[in-house]
Design a protein around this ligand. Structure first.
Ligand code: SF4
Length: 204
């Protein structure tokens, strides 16, 4: 396996194959490993000099049907490369992928200036959407967004995405100062989506 190489375009945790899409982000999360000079996740080096192209990401997915899930992730925001990841999603589905997920900050509509969520239909089975704040003030402290109105934009993204993606899950990291995990869970409930508590530095 090439998982011990640095950087990894594809890496495996449990029986999920992660695709390292980009190191670019819309957020600058204070808790992010990369802003604390750590670019390794479970022994996989994720710092990239060049972003992988579509063919490289498809190759990194390997035998797509062998995994429980193919996940677009990395220490960056996959939807900044929306066209590319949807091409990869289509290819891995054709190759037999059982489930395709994007780990996202939920800011794709804000960044792209339009509702992109209809493009997920039939390609993306699941979205894990980070919401590290029960209100804009807490969110801004932890996530340090580069765009105004980011917290509200995440909620709006979820409202749209749930129409096109079967499994939408909001996640929040337990234990961040001021973060009310139950309030985050209530937001997910109000939006009619799932909720999962995350542990800092646990990928998944
Ligand atoms: S969105 Fe993820 S990769 Fe980007 S800064 Fe936040 S924790 Fe780091």
């Amino acid at each position: 396996m090439q998982d011990t190489q640095t950087p990894a375009v594809g890496y495996t945790i449990r029986n999920q194959r992660y695709i390292n899409v980009t190191n670019r982000c819309t957020l600058r999360c204070a808790f992010c490993p990369k802003f604390n000079k750590v670019w390794e996740v479970k022994g996989h080096g994720l710092r990239m000099r060049d972003e992988p192209d579509v063919e490289e990401m498809i190759a990194a997915a390997g035998d797509a049907g062998a995994w429980d899930e193919v996940v677009f992730c990395g220490l960056g925001e996959p939807t900044l490369r929306l066209d590319e990841i949807l091409q990869v999603a289509a290819a891995v589905r054709t190759a037999g992928a059982r489930r395709v997920r994007i780990n996202t900050d939920g800011l794709a509509n804000l960044v792209h200036g339009q509702d992109v969520t209809p493009r997920f239909a039939g390609l993306i089975d699941a979205l894990s959407v980070s919401l590290n704040g029960q209100d804009p003030a807490v969110y801004d402290v932890h996530c340090r967004p580069q765009h105004a109105g980011a917290w509200g934009a995440v909620l709006d993204f979820v409202r749209h995405a749930r129409r096109h993606v079967p499994d939408v899950t909001i996640t929040a990291i337990e234990g961040l100062p001021g973060l009310d995990i139950q309030a985050c869970e209530a937001i997910a409930r109000d939006l009619g989506v799932n909720f999962r508590r995350r542990v800092l530095d646990e990928v998944g």
